[in-house]
Design a binder for this molecule. Structure first.
Ligand code: CAA
Length: 400
């Protein structure tokens, strides 16, 4: 057929996708999923409510994540990482976040924002010095992009990194920094040449304990309360020139490229939150009786569960597709925006319905679904709001 000049052929990318895309996991992927599930269901569940109430950092769980190889799972073995693929990462993130999104976001930021950025764009010396300890989970990283007046509008960076010859002098404030206190290594985005706009932005590796760095208080968040989120203030902080990643002015593109992968992690996290709430609602609906029967036998409840299930299935497909594209070294920016958008919206929808199915019990802490609902909200906001994902998706459609 493919030798017949009269036949209109499908595009190469279509052939490639239709041949290679499979709906089965490898044994290794299933083992990784099981390992994350075991730890989450056995250990994270024990103190998740208490840590949420006290907004307490999950230090012993972060250590366990390092020991299990999850903190650097995406980093190649050459740099002491787990050398796992992005599909495995999605599976693990879902299992962890089904139970505890605070631990989920620590794993996600370390892997897909900090380690990825260093491995993909850093020099050999930077990888030796900074990536390896992060990949082993001996150190934690943070990604400093957002500012008090530059959240969605990320090009409006006000933090400055002035070129002083052999070093940069950094001044300014970063906001909402996940791992702000627990991290040892910061990837800092800052403006070096304001007259050049986004082309004047750089990314610097900064030691969190450098003189001139101070932190705001631990943010008292609605959800994901046990991950540490802080403002970080820089006053005349000296950063050696060799700590710049990439060419002068590469910082904004670095942030955008890195966030493409980060959004797969957060999409998988949102998927986990939705799946966790759905499983709890399904169990409750099979046990709780009203009007002489288990409430799942009432169509009003059964249809809610059906809708929740369908939306979750779609979110899972979007997450795996984005991960698969990344693993195949194909462009995945739009796919990751679609996955993040849909999974976050699904998490909010599903958790809200899960609370509704639980009725009064859903509104108290013991049943977990109100916590999952609070956690879902953040997935619509960080690493690009749902509206930012819509911008990315709509621009891709327009350029198609
Ligand atoms: N890859 C490479 N380059 C990219 C890119 C990508 N995905 N997206 C944009 N760029 C480039 C563009 O090509 C352009 O470069 P040129 O001028 O050389 O062509 C440059 O970047 C500017 O692009 P835009 O004109 O599209 O910029 P914009 O001002 O319209 O903004 C945006 C684009 C997508 C809205 C971007 O600002 C954005 O993603 N905003 C959201 C920021 C965000 O996600 N923040 C999350 C904070 S981090 C966090 O939450 C971490 C945590 O702790 C959990």
């Amino acid at each position: 057929m493919y030798n017949n000049p009269k036949v209109t052929y499908p595009s190469i990318s279509f052939i490639f996708q239709s041949i290679v895309m499979e709906f089965t996991f490898t044994e290794e992927q299933i083992m990784i999923q099981q390992s994350a599930r075991d730890y989450a269901q056995r250990e994270l569940i024990k103190d998740v409510l208490e840590r949420d109430a006290k907004a307490e950092y999950p230090a012993h769980h972060v250590k366990a994540m390092a020991d299990l190889g999850f903190l650097g799972m995406l980093v190649s073995t050459r740099y002491d990482g787990g050398g796992m693929d992005t599909i495995s990462y999605v599976l693990a993130m879902e299992e962890i976040s089904k139970v505890d999104s605070s631990v989920g976001v620590i794993v996600s930021v370390n892997n897909s924002l900090v380690c990825y950025g260093l491995e993909e764009f850093g020099t050999e010396a930077q990888k030796e010095k900074y990536l390896k300890p992060l990949a082993r989970g001996e150190k934690i990283g943070a990604f400093l992009l957002s500012e008090p007046n530059a959240g969605s509008d990320a090009t409006s960076q006000k933090t400055t990194a002035i070129d002083k010859g052999d070093h940069y002098l950094v001044n300014g404030t970063k906001n909402w920094i996940t791992n702000g206190n627990s991290a040892s290594t910061y990837l800092l985005i800052a403006q070096t040449h304001p007259e050049k706009g986004h082309k004047g932005i750089n990314v610097l590796i900064v030691d969190r304990h450098s003189p001139g760095i101070s932190l705001g208080p631990h943010e008292d968040k609605m959800g994901m309360r046990s991950s540490d989120t802080h403002s970080v203030m820089f006053t005349d902080v000296i950063v050696p020139k060799e700590n710049r990643i990439g060419e002068d002015g590469f910082g904004f593109k670095f942030a955008m490229k890195t966030l493409e992968g980060g959004r797969i992690g957060i999409a998988a996290q949102a998927l986990g939150i939705a799946q966790g709430a759905y499983e709890r609602a399904l169990k409750y609906a099979k046990e709780r009786k009203a009007f002489g029967t288990e409430i799942i036998n009432h169509q009003a409840v059964a249809f809610k569960l059906a809708e929740m299930h369908v939306r979750i299935e779609a979110a899972r497909h979007f997450c795996l597709k984005a991960a698969w594209l990344k693993d195949q070294n194909q462009p995945y920016g739009t796919a990751s925006a679609i996955a993040k958008y849909w999974a976050a919206e699904t998490a909010m929808y599903v958790t809200t319905e899960a609370v509704q199915i639980h009725g009064g019990y859903g509104y108290v802490k013991e049943y977990h679904v109100e916590r999952l609902m609070r956690e879902a909200k953040l997935t619509q906001i960080y690493e690009g709001t749902s509206e930012i994902q819509q911008i990315i998706i709509s621009r891709a459609i327009m350029n198609d």
